[in-house]
Design a protein around this ligand. Structure first.
Ligand code: NAD
Length: 248
């Protein structure tokens, strides 16, 4: 119950879906969680859902692709809580299209949120964590970043890049006692996958050894492992949470 007691955790893109589930589990384990997302009402609603359960949560509105906005958020959190122990780079988008038809904006916007967003937030939080000489960063990648996928060259490239980013940061930050790991979800039931047809879901499920889609909380549990001292000797790793879909 108290695996993250007194820790301060920022989770990007956490007003709903996997990010919200991570925030809820971290808060249930004793952390003060910062919900960071694009739309103020959604942020407020998510914070209310947590505080009404007696959990500790705060909310900030901002776009992870905007350096100025992230600077404000991270400095406000440090000023208010005196520390940032955990960052989860979870905000992510898809803009699927076959490569021949892919618009430049579909490529650029996915890179901006999924990669530039993680870069900006990591750079800002590391300035705090290197002074603390402790911290944990978790990047939410995807099995698509491991396997590739037709119609998702932009998304696959961004998530593969995030895995390489994880390893580079793990090497760079290790001497400051800051660990960096990635979680690669498979097919998880959220708004992002809700637009898939029932037939597509059935097809995907057939390819998954455990024969079902995952839940946001399945991803949250892997994040809790990386956020807690239970993984204190693990850095630079990518853990697939995918019902066995990828086995490398
Ligand atoms: P979702 O679309 O339900 O939620 C994403 C959240 O990120 C939203 O609240 C959205 O407002 C926020 N967001 C988007 N752009 C943002 C920005 N620029 N700044 C701040 N917040 C922003 O998605 P999800 O399914 O919960 O996915 C969460 C993460 O998990 C993503 O990185 C996604 O790529 C990854 N993932 C999801 C699945 C899946 O099957 N759902 C599989 C693999 C990986």
């Amino acid at each position: 119950m108290d695996r993250l007691k007194d820790k301060v955790a920022i989770i990007t893109g956490s007003a709903r879906g996997i990010g919200f589930s991570i925030a809820e589990l971290f808060a249930a384990e004793g952390a003060t969680v910062v919900i960071l997302d694009l739309v103020e009402e959604a942020v407020n609603e998510a914070v209310k859902k947590l505080t009404s359960q007696g959990l500790k949560a705060d909310g900030f509105t901002g776009n992870v692709t905007r350096s100025d906005e992230m600077e404000k958020v991270f400095s406000s959190v440090v000023e208010k809580y005196r520390a940032i122990d955990i960052l989860v780079n979870n905000a992510g988008i898809t803009k699927d299209n076959l490569l021949l038809r892919m618009k430049e904006d579909e490529w650029d916007s996915v890179m901006a949120v999924n990669l530039r967003g993680a870069f900006l937030c990591t750079q800002k939080v590391f300035k705090v964590m290197m002074k603390q000489r402790s911290g944990v960063i978790i990047n939410i990648a995807s099995v698509i970043g491991l396997m590739g996928n037709a119609g998702q060259a932009n998304y696959a490239t961004s998530k593969g890049g995030l895995i390489a980013f994880t390893k580079s940061c793990a090497k760079e930050f290790a001497s400051r006692n800051v660990r960096v790991n990635a979680v690669a979800p498979g097919f998880i039931q959220t708004d992002m996958t809700a637009q898939l047809s029932a037939a597509a879901v059935e097809n995907y499920a057939k390819a998954i050894p455990l024969e079902k889609m995952g839940l946001p909380v399945d991803v949250a549990k892997a994040c809790l492992f990386f956020a807690s001292d239970e993984s204190s000797y693990i850095t630079g790793q990518t853990l697939a949470v995918d019902g066995g879909l990828t086995m490398y």
